[in-house]
Write a protein that binds this ligand. Structure first.
Ligand code: 5GP
Ligand code: ZN
Length: 115
């Protein structure tokens, strides 16, 4: 996807503060963090959203979760963190390239959603 900002981060065309990279995925720091630790884990292959993931994407999606969790802990989230995937209009997704947020820090997270 030539006009996708996260594809450009994956290819290195746009700089990002990368915490991890391999053939399948990248983990990098969110440019506008909501907490002291705010990492984004993305597949290198363009998948527009979680709703667009196919069965053959399951392996890389598992890698995103496992690797992102390891990096969150390594970045200081030793007492927990939150994972979040915003999907589509209702989920208020802003960047249409699948990404998992890993958010944490010392006791800064509010309850998940207002009831
Ligand atoms: P969404 O609302 O789609 O779940 O989240 C998109 C996230 O991507 C936001 O938290 C936003 O700050 C982050 N973001 C958008 N553009 C860039 C960028 O160019 N570089 C980095 N590192 N993060 C970005
Ligand atoms: Zn993309």
């Amino acid at each position: 996807m030539s006009d996708c900002i996260f594809c450009k981060i994956a290819s290195g065309d746009i700089p990002a503060k990368k915490a991890f990279e391999d053939d399948d995925m990248v983990v990098f720091h969110d440019i506008n963090p909501v907490a002291p630790v705010h990492l984004l884990a993305i597949p290198k292959r363009h998948i527009a959203s979680l709703a667009d993931a196919r069965p053959e994407d399951a392996l890389v999606m598992g890698k995103l979760l496992q690797t992102g969790a390891r990096l969150a802990v390594e970045h200081g989230c030793t007492d927990g963190f939150r994972t979040l995937v915003n999907t589509g209009r209702v989920g208020r997704q802003e960047v249409y390239h699948l990404h998992i947020h890993f958010v944490g820090g010392p006791d800064v997270l509010p309850p998940m959603l207002k009831r």
